[in-house]
Design a protein around this ligand. Structure first.
Ligand SMILES: O=C(O)COP(=O)(O)O
Ligand SMILES: [Mg+2]
Length: 221
């Protein structure tokens, strides 16, 4: 029987395991509609994702010139709309479920470290039936620090065993987090990244989840 060394693999969520842009965009549009303001574009919303919901909402409000003093009230409104509707149009990227199944079957320890708040994160993981794969889940409001601080990533790894560590993510924030945490970064190139692949520090890049297992086996060999 083929032998595999056991690794700890931590995943980012938005733009890595799930394409959540349509539901994040819809919550922003509902929030703006509640004060009679036209929505930002989907492309704008996409470019605002990565640092958590308070930053996303702040960037949306800046883009439409809403008084920043209204942010607390509108942030609460965004959270309400997103909590009510976080999975309608959200999808797992192709191959994610099979890859998580296969990595678990090989004995790897899996964790999730996202800047999305923990409540919608857990709702989404349960909705897609992938919550059972993760031994550790840290959200953007689980600790005082969020990515790109290394703390949440280290905290996630600390809850896992495994000889080697890998962080799988899609964005500038994830690349910076991996660098800050001194963990190899495996970059999914089909998420919400804005910077060219070559300009972001990474150990390996992949555009299809069916390639991830091979990447990890090759590195761990
Ligand atoms: O909530 C965000 O802005 C980004 O979430 P992520 O860390 O899962 O990409
Ligand atoms: Mg992401």
């Amino acid at each position: 029987m083929e032998r595999h060394s056991v690794s700890a693999i931590v995943f980012d969520l938005d733009g890595t395991l799930i394409d959540s842009l349509p539901d994040l965009h819809a919550a922003g549009a509902k929030m703006l509609d509640s004060i009679g303001v036209e929505p930002v574009s989907v492309a704008q919303t996409r470019s605002f994702i990565g640092n958590g919901i308070p930053v996303l909402v702040g960037r949306i409000l800046d883009a439409v010139d809403v008084d920043p003093a209204r942010k607390p009230e509108l942030l609460a409104s965004f959270r309400g709309f997103y909590a009510a509707d976080s999975v309608t149009e959200t999808r797992l990227y192709p191959g994610v479920e099979a890859t998580l199944d296969a990595l678990r079957a090989q004995g790897h320890q899996l964790g999730l470290c996202t800047n999305k708040p923990i409540e919608p994160t857990q709702d989404i993981l349960r909705h897609f039936g992938i919550d059972r794969h993760f031994q550790a889940v840290i959200g953007g409001d689980s600790l005082n620090q969020r990515k790109p601080s290394p703390e949440p990533l280290w905290a996630t790894f600390d809850m896992l065993g495994g000889a080697d560590r890998y962080f799988v993510g899609d964005s500038e924030v994830d690349a910076e987090t991996a660098l800050n945490a001194s963990v190899p970064f495996l970059m999914f190139t089909e998420g919400y990244r804005k910077t060219p692949i070559a300009e972001l520090p990474h150990s390996a890049a992949f555009d299809d989840f069916r390639l991830l297992q091979g990447l990890i086996s090759a590195r761990a060999a």
